[in-house]
Ligand binder design. Sequence first.
Ligand code: HAM
Length: 423
Amino acid sequence: MAADRDVFRAPKGVRDVLPPESDRWIEVVALFAERARRFGYGLVLTPMFEHWEVFARLGETTDVVTKEMYDFVDKGNRRLALRPDGTAGVVRAYVEHRPAAPWKVWYVAPNFRYERPQAGRYRQHYQLGAEVMGVDDPAVDVEMIDLLGGFFRELGLGKLSLVVNSMGDAESRDRYRAVLLSYWRDHAAELDDDLPRAELNPLRILDSKRPDLQDLVERAPQLPEHLTDEAGAHFEQVQAGLRAVGLDFEIDPRLVRGLDYYTSTVFEFRSAALSPGQDAIGGGGRYDKLAEEMGGPPTPAIGFGSGIERILIVADAGLAVVAGSRRCDVFVIDTLGTADATALLHELRETGTAADRAYGGRSLKKQWAAADKAGARYGVMLAPREMATGHVVVKDLDSGEQIEIRRDEIAAWLATKKETRAR
Ligand code: HAM
């Protein structure tokens, strides 16, 4: 039980995002939304919780399912769980509504995983993601990677490494699983506690974080050597496409990703600014069997997710400045104490200017201080002498320059100062 003094604090592993930090979130989401629109994706909203079985499809050998799920029984005795990732709910929605393929969607949503919290790893994190259902063309794999890679580039995140691999088709994976399992069995003593996991899903050990296993993993048989001709050709075409759009990449034969649903192409963008072992800023891949596993028709599909918290950590590492928009262009300074200030603020806001004020009859000095604190570009002062001739005082808070402008022209004048709303 949390001590009394702790219950009114955010629980372990979750955090509040307050303004002005949240302005950067708006910036990141808006940029992604705009990019997704250009690529032909529509926004999808799925519930924060689903029947537990939907998320159980992430894999019976993944930590996300076995150890980290926030599941509960509701008052109607249903077993439900909070969403640990965006993909499972989107696939459930696809199977339920059967929209026409290709179905191209994006989302931004919080996900919940009971993990050991550390920098860049939280119990609630937000993902921006996209999924395409109903296309097996390698062109869509390239489009996905380009959508994400170009988004990071537009954010100015600097050098990230792109790692790709192919998990092959079912036949490739069956072949590989058998070879890999016999390799793990030959090294049962070293695997120790992890042997049962290897028996259930030999691939899972490949992304083990156990330092003492790294050597063994390094020497393990590699998946690309066991691809069928068809799976190999798909992977070749993905690589050719990545070269065509100018995306540098490396092939990492050990990249299998942490969720069980992956088939064929998998990819990850990594940043040196994140901690080793959790340096993925975003990643995804194909999951050509998941819709069928949820009772839908055979539906090839691919997607990715990228954590907003990690995006901002990488930005903060000095590689980029993701700045929020200026929330206040104009601060109204009121020396009259009448409804004139309220009317002016109304007019400014309705004509597209971000405007704010101090409340409660503060002194002139305090109002100017508040204007500075708000980061406003202009202060517009309502004072008796100027108002008597139909004017307001406008002060450029960057240069200190002060002019008078007619009260009935001020909104239009400020609206032309579009650059005041620059980031
Ligand atoms: P994931 O690799 O588990 O994939 O998560 C995607 C991204 O979410 C990670 O690269 C990371 O940026 C962020 N992330 C994950 N867990 C945390 C955490 N505990 N704290 C902070 N950030 C985190 C998926 O979730 C798949 N649904 C991606 C996908 C979509 N595959 C196909 N379609």
